[in-house]
Design a protein around this ligand. Structure first.
Ligand SMILES: [Mn+2]
Length: 325
């Protein structure tokens, strides 16, 4: 159950020293929310510790304030209040440090995932929000803290990344009003675009060229998939991160309803990324192979070899497509 907003605001107001954290393998929303909220609370005169189990990925380090994010081993005394951002569960912040260190500390959980477990002493979960950064904006406003350009850029980045640049259905009029208000505070759009979207490696493009060459279809063109095998990965000396974004190419083709990307791992297993259009549910397919995710985007890892893995997953995808028609 959610607590009253006034209760949460009162708790934040009454604490001079606060630790805030976000989830492991941080994305734009966890970094943007953490940085934006951290800078805002500092501006309100509080002593803030921003902590994340994993380091800030290079692409987000352009955001001013991210240099203040520390790793758990740098922590000092046990805090009086902890705020979890963008975490569906306490363990999402990282089990090794947060469980022992924060066990008895009063906590606030601020999140937008439907699957949130309301794990904290105080909870503010809004599944209507497109990003946690959208909720953080409301809190900062309610706390009457002035929004600097740095705070605005961090929160704007969180919203942009969690909405796929305002493309996903999660984008509401409120999301756009929040983004507009942040723009008014001095967000540098060209800087954000350059850092988030124009930092591709040539290796990524070479892999993409291979993947595009491998695209195949099933179910009268309603299913499209592609793959990258270890031979190509080795030849291009590519790592997993160089394959970023490739999964969105099969689903972007006209008439395709379900798109898949198979990547052969060094141990012979095959990682499968699945995407679909509204009305379909790739979570079900991923789930039947021991994976999961969301209705429109999911993933799983299946046994190799590659070609038999493709055959098995495409067969199940095909059956699901036929069951619908
Ligand atoms: Mn999020």
């Amino acid at each position: 159950m959610n607590n009253q907003l006034s209760e949460i605001l009162g708790l934040i107001r009454s604490h001079d020293s606060i630790l805030i954290t976000a989830h492991v393998l941080p994305d734009g929303d966890s970094i943007g929310s953490l940085t934006g909220f951290g800078l805002a609370l500092e501006a309100a005169g509080k002593k803030v510790e921003m902590v994340m189990q994993d380091p800030v990925p290079a692409m987000y380090r352009f955001l001013r304030g991210t240099e203040k994010i520390s790793l758990p081993h740098q922590l000092g005394s046990i805090p009086k209040l902890v705020i979890f951002l963008d975490c569906t569960d306490r363990s999402r912040a990282g089990v090794d440090w947060s469980e022992p260190y924060l066990q008895d500390v009063p906590s606030i959980n601020i999140d937008h995932h439907v699957s949130n477990s309301f794990f904290a002493s105080y909870n503010l979960v809004d599944p209507q929000a497109a990003a946690t950064a959208e909720i953080v904006y409301t809190l900062v406003r309610e706390l009457s803290i002035a929004i600097s350009a740095d705070i605005a850029s961090a929160l704007y980045t969180g919203i942009v990344m969690d909405t796929g640049s305002f493309q996903y259905e999660s984008t509401t009029p409120h999301t756009l009003k929040t983004a507009a208000a942040l723009l008014e505070q001095g967000v540098q759009l060209s800087c954000i675009k350059e850092h988030l979207y124009e930092q591709k490696s040539l290796k990524n493009y070479h892999l993409l060229a291979e993947a595009i060459g491998n695209i195949s279809f099933a179910a009268d063109g309603k299913i499209a998939w592609t793959y990258l095998d270890q031979a190509v990965m080795k030849r291009l000396q590519a790592k997993a991160e160089d394959c970023e974004g490739i999964v969105s190419y099969p689903i972007s083709l006209a008439n395709v309803k379900i798109g898949l990307f198979f990547r052969e791992l060094t141990n012979g297993e095959v990682k499968v990324g699945l995407r679909c259009r509204t009305g379909f549910d790739v979570n079900k397919i991923a789930h039947s192979f021991g994976g999961g995710g969301h209705q429109l985007a999911a993933g799983c890892t299946v046994e190799g070899p590659l070609q038999s893995a493709i055959l098995r997953v495409i067969t199940v995808t095909n059956e699901m497509m036929e069951a619908r028609s």
